[in-house]
Design a protein around this ligand. Structure first.
Ligand code: PMP
Length: 360
C-alpha cells in the first residue's frame, strides 16, 4: 500500500494515525460488537463519543462556556443561509466583506434574506489582499458582520481579526479552523465544513454565542434553527455520527501533538518552506500580498502555462497529487492543511526545484 501526499483543497488528507485508529475500531468499537456507523445516536456508546469530541474541541479552541458547539450537516454552504435566518433578529441590514470566491457565495445567499452592505472588498486588486480595516464602510444598524478569514481558492488569509464592537462578528473558517489558535470570544459565530481540518465531508461545525440564538426569521425551517440544535445537543434528528466520531479522533490527534499552538508552528513552517520556494524562483509565482498569504492554500503559477500538464503528470507519478489549481484561477494550488506532513511539503518543494531545472 502506498499513500500519496494529497494536496486537495477538500475533502483533504486525514492524519494517518486517525485513519489507523478508525480501521482498528471499524468492526467493533470498544467491545460493543458493532462499528460506530451502526450505533444508535441516542445510545450510551455514541453519546460518550459525541461528548468526548465536543469536550476536546472546547479544550483545543478554548471555547468559552457561553458558546454552543453544534455538529450539523449541509456543509458551510447551508450556513450561508442559516446565518442570516438566525442572526438577523428583527434587523434588516448586514455587513459582508468580500475577499474572493467564498465571500461572494455567502453574500449572494444572504441577499435572499437581508439587505447586504458590502462593507469592504479587495476586488480592485484582483482579490489578492485583505482590505485595510480603516477603509471599511460599516452600516450603523448591521445585525452582524460576516467575513471569510481564509479564502480557499485565492489563498488569502486575514492576519488579524476585525474589531466590530457590539456587532457580532461571523466567520466562515472552513479552511482555517484548527490551523492556529483563535480567540473565540471575539466572534459571535464561527462555522466550518469538516472536510479540510476537522474530518470527513458531511459534518459542519458551528460555534455560536448563546445569546444570539432563538429568534429566527419567519418561515425558517426547523432544521435551520440553531436553537433547536442547541437545545437537543445536535441530536434533534440523526446527526452525521461517523463524521462526528472521526472529528473526535482528529481532535485527540491534535491534543496529542500539543494543541493548536504546536500545530500553528508546524503550519507556519510548512507554509514558509513553500512560499520561499516560490519566491526564490522566477519560474513559479504567487500573486498574493505577502502579508496575507494563506498558511493552508497556496496557489502558484508556472512561468509557462504550457508546462502545467507535464508538471501535474510528473508530480502525480511521484505521489504528489491533486495540485491542479481551481478552474477559476488556473495554475496550481497546494492545500497544506494540518494533516499534510512536513515531508509532503518537502517532497513538493524538491520536485518543483527539479522540474524548474529541467524545464525552466
Ligand atoms: N467556504 C469556504 C471557505 C470553503 O472553502 C468551502 C468549500 N471549499 C465552502 C465554504 C463550501 O463548503 P461546503 O462544500 O461544505 O458547503
Amino acid at each position: 500500500m502506498t499513500r500519496v501526499f494529497n494536496f486537495s483543497a477538500g475533502p483533504a488528507m486525514l492524519p494517518e494515525p486517525v485513519l489507523e485508529k478508525a480501521r482498528e475500531e471499524m468492526l467493533d468499537w470498544n467491545g460493543t460488537g458493532m462499528s460506530v456507523m451502526e450505533m444508535s445516536h441516542r445510545g450510551k456508546a455514541f453519546m460518550s463519543i459525541a461528548e468526548a469530541a465536543e469536550r476536546d474541541l472546547r479544550t483545543l479552541m478554548e471555547i468559552p462556556d457561553n458558546y454552543k458547539v453544534l455538529f450539523l450537516q449541509g456543509g458551510a454552504s447551508a450556513q450561508f443561509a442559516m446565518v442570516p435566518m438566525n442572526l438577523l433578529r428583527g434587523k434588516k441590514r448586514v455587513d459582508y466583506v468580500n475577499t474572493g470566491a467564498w465571500s461572494k457565495k455567502a453574500i449572494e445567499e444572504a441577499r435572499k434574506y437581508a439587505d447586504v452592505n458590502v462593507a469592504a472588498s479587495s476586488a480592485a486588486d484582483g482579490f489578492n489582499s485583505v482590505p485595510a480595516f480603516e477603509t471599511w464602510q460599516r452600516s450603523e444598524d448591521a445585525a452582524y458582520l460576516h467575513y471569510t478569514p481564509n479564502e480557499t481558492i485565492g489563498g488569502v488569509e486575514f492576519p488579524w481579526i476585525p474589531e466590530t464592537g457590539d456587532v457580532p462578528l461571523v466567520a466562515d473558517m472552513s479552511s482555517t479552523i484548527l490551523s492556529r489558535p483563535v480567540d473565540v470570544s471575539r466572534f459571535g459565530l464561527i462555522y466550518a465544513g469538516a472536510q479540510k481540518n476537522i474530518g470527513p465531508a458531511g459534518l459542519t461545525i458551528v460555534i455560536v454565542r448563546e445569546d444570539l440564538i432563538g429568534e429566527t426569521l419567519a418561515g425558517t425551517p426547523t432544521m435551520f434553527d440553531y436553537k433547536v440544535h442547541a437545545d437537543n445537543d445536535s441530536m434533534y434528528n440523526t446527526p452525521p455520527t461517523y463524521g462526528w466520531y472521526l472529528a473526535g479522533l482528529v481532535f485527540q490527534w491534535l491534543l496529542g501533538l500539543g494543541g493548536l499552538k504546536a500545530m500553528a508552528q508546524i503550519n507556519e513552517r510548512k507554509a514558509r518552506k513553500l512560499y520561499d520556494a516560490i519566491d526564490g524562483s522566477d519560474f513559479y509565482a504567487n500573486p498574493v500580498d505577502p502579508a496575507c498569504r494563506s498558511w493552508m492554500n497556496v496557489p502558484f503559477t508556472l512561468a509557462n502555462p504550457d508546462l502545467d500538464g507535464e508538471f501535474l503528470k510528473e508530480a502525480a507519478a511521484l505521489g504528489l497529487t491533486t495540485l491542479k489549481g481551481h478552474r477559476s484561477v488556473g495554475g496550481m494550488r497546494a492545500s497544506i492543511y494540518n494533516a499534510m506532513p512536513e515531508a509532503g511539503v518537502s517532497a513538493l518543494v524538491d520536485f518543483m526545484a527539479d522540474f524548474e531545472q529541467r524545464k525552466g
